[in-house]
Design a protein around this ligand. Structure first.
Ligand SMILES: [Zn+2]
Length: 397
């Protein structure tokens, strides 16, 4: 492969091309084709992975995913991202067409501009510059999904499972989510808290309040269980994370009468947890507490749990500092390594390799008039170019 034959890709033009495809999750509409064309032109072997299945929200989905790799040598530096976008919301509230890619006063408007078609385009453009400068030592890869903004069941999660089963080695991964808080490059995300939802039902026996011996009231039992769970100190937190936190989000008995002991009491809670815990560990703990109270009271207690993401932390080390150093050289500020914010696909990728998020300023993500200054897209491309060179150099076997 002759490096000089690759053309250098413009990050603004590629972002615009991607914005013009209305890939509102889970629809692809050809977004992955645009990306595959660009990567094929840069010498990547592209592999489409289409996964189908239920989404948990009433219909099946067919999700386009892409794993592309250039080179076979180590280290393999991967870029991960998603081509799907959130819905536009109120079209009338937009001052520019959400899928037109219009530039006004140097600012590019459109759904996905920052989250995260702009980030993908910037990395592709950075790769094109790196390759135009000469052959690389190592491999570059892309793990791109069309299922991040939705239930995320048939996207990165399944691609990671497939790659892991095949023994594909990825040494480090940058996720192009808009990680910057106020200024480009002021923050990278090196971990996230986990999230667990639990639904509790206590089954009693309905009856007249005047004859409590003929009934069994679930209300005081659920109150006791919730008080026990809420009083428990999960941990004290540690440098990168606040203490894990349990919030009771609803308590429902649904009893309109004043003279009835209700038959059932329900509650729901959410736990945001740091890597002290796993979802399964927290589930075991709550099941034990419920089992003990069931034995004490004789009332049946049912718990249902859904862990939507485990906590993770990419420890400080060669990879994290390589990225911080590269950003500092190019943008003049050293990014803070943070664990704040919601979940991202990094939670799946951490099973393969150290992962962090570095991308645009997230201020307008998911909003009406999502937009990015073209100068920032170009500056991010500069930073990514340096990140690629620095990480490949420092992870050299
Ligand atoms: Zn995103």
């Amino acid at each position: 492969m002759n490096a000089a034959s690759h053309s250098v890709i413009d990050p603004v033009e590629l972002t615009r091309d991607l914005i013009r495809i209305p890939s509102v999750t889970p629809a692809d509409e050809g977004a992955m084709d645009v990306l595959e064309r660009a990567l094929t032109g840069l010498g990547f072997s592209c592999r489409r992975m289409v996964f189908e299945g239920p989404t948990g929200v009433g219909h099946d989905a067919r999700i386009e995913n892409l794993y592309a790799r250039r080179g076979t040598a180590s280290p393999n530096l991967c870029f991960a991202g998603h081509t799907d976008v959130v819905p536009i919301g109120d079209l009338k509230a937009w001052s520019a067409g959400p899928f037109e890619g219009e530039t006004r006063d140097g600012v590019l408007y459109g759904r996905g501009a920052v989250d995260m078609k702009g980030g993908i385009a910037a990395w592709v453009a950075a790769v094109s510059r790196v390759l135009a400068a000469g052959e690389i030592e190592g491999s570059l890869s892309f793990l791109i999904t069309g299922d991040e903004e939705g239930p995320a069941l048939h996207g990165t999660k399944r691609v990671v499972q497939t790659l892991a089963a095949e023994g594909e080695v990825i040494d480090a991964c940058v996720v192009g989510e808009p990680s910057s808080a106020h200024h480009l490059g002021d923050m990278i995300k090196v971990g996230r808290r986990g999230s667990l939802n639990t639904w509790i039902t206590v089954f009693g026996k309905q009856g007249h309040v005047a004859y409590p011996d003929r009934a069994a009231n679930p209300a005081p039992v659920i109150a006791r269980l919730l008080a026990r769970l809420d009083a428990h100190v999960l941990d004290e937190g540690y440098p990168e994370f606040p203490p894990s936190n349990l919030e009771i989000t609803t308590i429902d008995v649904g009893n309109p009468a004043t003279n009835i002991i209700p038959a059932e009491a329900k509650a729901r809670l959410n736990i945001r947890f740091n890597p002290t815990h796993t979802g399964d560990g927290l589930i075991d703990w709550m099941n034990r507490e419920a089992g003990a109270l069931q034995a004490e009271t004789g009332l049946r207690i049912e718990l249902e749990h859904m862990c939507s993401g485990e906590a993770f932390l990419t420890e400080p080390g060669v990879f994290v500092s390589a990225v911080q150093d590269a950003v500092e050289v190019v943008l003049g500020r050293r990014p803070e390594a943070s664990t704040t914010g919601g979940t991202s696909d990094a939670r799946f990728i951490r099973a393969l390799c150290p992962v962090l998020e570095l991308g645009l300023v997230g201020q307008t993500m998911h909003q009406v008039d999502e937009r990015v200054p073209e100068t920032e897209l170009r500056a991010l491309t500069d930073a990514y170019e340096r990140v690629i060179a620095t990480v490949l150099e420092r992870l050299k076997p």
